[in-house]
Design a protein around this ligand. Structure first.
Ligand SMILES: C[S@@+](CC[C@H](N)C(=O)[O-])C[C@H]1O[C@@H](n2cnc3c(N)ncnc32)[C@H](O)[C@@H]1O
Length: 478
């Protein structure tokens, strides 16, 4: 089977089976329809009979294709397709993967066939999910630095391990689902990724007493009343799976090691979600950055995940929806947050925040800088500062007015934060280029504004740590 997978890889290369290749073949209309689970336009766009059209019909549209010599022979021999009623049909979904930087050829991801709304078969309980928006989200967050060893916890199709291959010398991948481990192994073989250590077991159990430079996980974070599907639900109550991972992961990291995960957390009536989730890090040992990217109310959440398992409109739909809402009501849940958690072993700074705006991707390219800023703001004294690249100033006020009502510093890069500032900070942003120490700059600003130098100095000392932590200013020399 391994040899056959190698031959299939050659067929894929020859056919141009890449993300860009499929996108170009389908075009925006058929591609857009397929994203909405409508295959008719894509069927029309792939009628030519080329190898790329055959492969796309097989794995994306999940329709039978005619025998096509060595291509279909090798697909069957590799266990990716089977012969049925004179045709060849896919047994799994195989999709090309590009890197977060757009490198087109980092591998192929094997997962279970897509179950479409109204499809004949329901989702299997051990379904293995493919590379979707969430997995791309996590891949974009992961720090860009070479590491000796990395752990992909809950590997599923193996997609995160494939993303890690450009930076980790050794990769371990775990899952509770044996089917996931089998499909991940096929993904690795098909992608030419050798020597990934595959381990069966729950959470960190399979790697007890070991340490890693990098841990990544897109865990089964979905909070549901019954925990039916292992690809998304852990069976633990509420958001316990995420709490457990972030409290246990630090013991599995080397000093300076990183952990990144996607998570859901509950908003409980009468409690601040920031304090509740921030409380997961009280044991210390790591700098932690928690970012809420989205919040849904209980009804939106139940609908989203019933849609995800293609149960919308089924006979069971109303009962399940009702049970989900009952569950949330009992637990006094007012909303469910979705976001990222990153840890860096060694510090004690915890930052919990909401960022709903589009951010520059991939975050992993500058996440170290974010952590340095988070920890460095408090350490700021009087050294030289540099205004971060891409910071612009906006002035808001009535037309024609001499002075603005509000000054905003806005990042056009990175996390794209905005901060309302005073004239002192705005003036500093205009002159801080990393070459001059603060003292003469503050004196010059005080003189220009006709203010006592001590007041300007005290103001700067009060407001700059936060602006440094938020990435508007950087400590020169870092
Ligand atoms: C959301 S999928 C993520 C798959 C893949 N890593 C990705 O990024 O797309 C979650 C994975 O965690 C696995 N899983 C579920 N419960 C687990 C547990 N207790 N310990 C480890 N893995 C678990 C599931 O089988 C599934 O493959």
């Amino acid at each position: 089977m391994i040899d056959a997978l190698g031959r299939v890889r050659d067929h894929f290369h020859q056919a141009g089976y890449t993300v860009a290749g499929v996108r170009e073949l389908l075009g925006p209309v058929a591609g857009g329809a397929l994203a909405r689970d409508e295959i008719v336009p894509a069927l029309r766009a792939t009628r030519g009979g080329s190898p790329l059209e055959a492969i796309t019909r097989l794995f994306w549209l999940q329709v039978g294709i005619p025998e096509a010599g060595p291509l279909t022979d090798d697909l069957v021999a590799a266990g990716l397709a089977e012969r049925s009623a004179g045709e060849v049909r896919a047994t799994v979904h195989v999709e090309p993967l590009e890197s977060v930087g757009g490198d087109p050829g980092i591998g192929y991801v094997v997962s279970d066939l897509k179950v479409r709304p109204g499809g004949e078969a329901p989702l299997r309980l051990d379904h293995v999910v493919g590379a979707g928006g969430a997995s791309a989200n996590l891949a974009q967050l992961v720090v860009h630095r070479p590491v000796e060893n990395a752990l992909d916890l809950g590997t599923g199709s193996g997609v995160q391990a494939l993303h890690l291959a450009d930076r980790a010398r050794k990769i371990s991948a775990t899952d509770v689902n044996p089917r996931a481990l089998a499909l991940a192994q096929m993904s690795f073989a098909l992608s030419g990724l050798r020597d990934v250590e595959l381990l069966k077991g729950s959470l960190l159990d399979p790697v007890r007493d070991r340490t890693f430079d990098l841990i990544v996980s897109n865990p089964p974070f979905v909070i549901s009343p019954d925990g039916r599907f292992s690809y998304r639900e852990s069976g633990l109550p509420g958001d316990e799976v995420c709490r457990r991972l972030v409290t246990e992961a630090p013991s599995y990291l080397v000093d300076g090691g990183w952990c990144h995960l996607l998570a859901n957390w509950l908003h409980i009536g009468g409690r601040s979600w920031e304090e509740r989730v921030g409380g997961w890090f009280t044991a210390g040992g790591c700098d932690a950055w928690v970012v809420q990217r989205d919040v849904q109310d209980p009804a939106e959440y139940a609908e989203l995940w019933l849609r995800d398992s293609c149960e919308t409109g089924t006979a069971e739909y109303r009962r399940r929806y009702d049970a989900w809402l009952d569950h949330f009501e009992r637990e006094n849940v007012t909303g469910i947050g979705f976001g990222w958690i990153s840890l860096r072993k060694g510090g004690t700074t915890v930052r919990v925040e909401e960022l709903r705006q589009g951010v520059e991707q991939p975050v992993g390219a500058y996440v170290e800088k974010i952590f340095d800023g988070m920890a460095g703001g408090e350490r700021f004294s009087t050294g030289a500062l540099r205004t971060a690249a891409g910071v612009v100033q906006e002035q808001i006020g009535p037309p024609g007015a001499e002075d603005p009502e509000r000054i905003v510093l806005r990042q056009t890069r990175g996390l794209r934060r905005a901060a309302g500032v005073g004239t002192v900070e705005a003036a500093l942003a205009g002159v801080c280029d990393g070459t001059l120490p603060m003292e003469p700059l503050l004196e010059a600003i005080a003189e220009l504004m006709g203010l006592p130098a001590d007041d300007v100095r005290a103001h700067a000392q009060a407001v700059l740590p936060e602006l440094i932590a938020d990435g508007f200013f950087e400590i020169a020399g870092r």
